[in-house]
Design a protein around this ligand. Structure first.
Ligand code: CU
Length: 271
């Protein structure tokens, strides 16, 4: 019986670690596309493995004791009480485990929070129920709204692959550059989240929160608002397009001149 249980357990542990390590299953944290997201993933896996080891040891000892020291086998309860040695052990061992977890966790947290010396700064403002992006050092700013139509939401029209995760104007960023986000809100609390960057920061009205990223790979990255912010909370996705630096520069120059022309036109028409 015990051998069979041990066999089943020994089969489960490697199966779980392969599953937890694989990118194709979305139950686990994503590895992402930045150095920070890789560090966060590594930290998550380290802590997970520590928890698994603790679980195996604790439950192993518990089940072994239940089986081997049961009454029907003639086991007699031990009579020790208030053993100082045991009390010191169960205080010191968890403390050492916690310190062992806190050291890598603090290292990753400090790296995540260090938004100093950015190459580009983007102000991200949440409002019910859309995002607004403003590039510092460039005359570029715009709203980014959900692109899935009301007909699609009402199941009256065919849906695209990125249904509810598509916007009319995505945030465009260069790869290989440190981008600082200044995140705030105009009304209620929102939260700007892109899992591939390991960036998730609350957008609080009246406050500015900082976050940063440095994207390694060009591509389209999707996220969502992750703070319940009202009836259309599920309809304010985040889409980021990461481009090589030269393509980004061309895009921002083009967008800046288009916005400038539009502003002049509006000014003239209002005069
Ligand atoms: Cu929101």
């Amino acid at each position: 019986m015990i051998t069979r249980l041990l066999f089943v357990f020994s089969m489960l542990v490697p199966a779980f670690s392969v599953w937890a390590d694989s990118d194709q299953y979305t139950l686990n944290l994503t590895r992402g596309v930045t150095d920070i997201s890789e560090q966060v993933y590594g930290l998550h896996m380290t802590i997970l493995y520590i928890c698994i080891i603790i679980g195996v040891i604790v439950f192993g000892v518990m089940f072994w004791s239940i089986l081997h020291h049961r009454k029907s086998k003639g086991a007699v309860p031990a009579t020790f009480h208030e053993s100082t040695k045991v009390e010191v052990a169960w205080t010191v061992v968890p403390l050492l485990i916690l310190i062992g977890m806190a050291i890598p966790a603090t290292r990753v947290l400090l790296a995540m929070e260090d938004a100093s010396e950015p190459d580009i700064t983007v102000q991200v403002t949440g409002s019910q129920w859309k995002w607004h992006y403003r590039y510092f050092d460039h005359e570029v700013e715009y709203f980014s709204l959900l692109a899935s139509s009301p007909a699609q939401i009402a199941n009256e029209a065919p849906k695209r692959e990125a249904y509810l995760l598509e916007v009319d104007r995505p945030l465009v960023l260069p790869i290989g550059k440190k981008v600082r986000f200044l995140i705030t809100s105009e009304d209620v609390i929102h939260s700007w989240w892109v899992p591939d960057f390991a960036v998730k920061k609350d957008a609080n009205p009246g406050f500015i929160n900082e976050a940063w990223t440095k994207i390694d790979k060009p591509g389209i990255y999707r996220g969502q608002c992750t703070e319940l912010c009202g009836k259309d909370h599920g309809f304010m996705p985040v889409v980021v397009i990461a481009k090589p630096v030269d393509e980004f520069e061309a895009w921002i120059q083009q967008t800046a001149s288009t916005q400038l022309q539009r502003k002049r036109k509006n000014k003239n028409s209002s005069i």
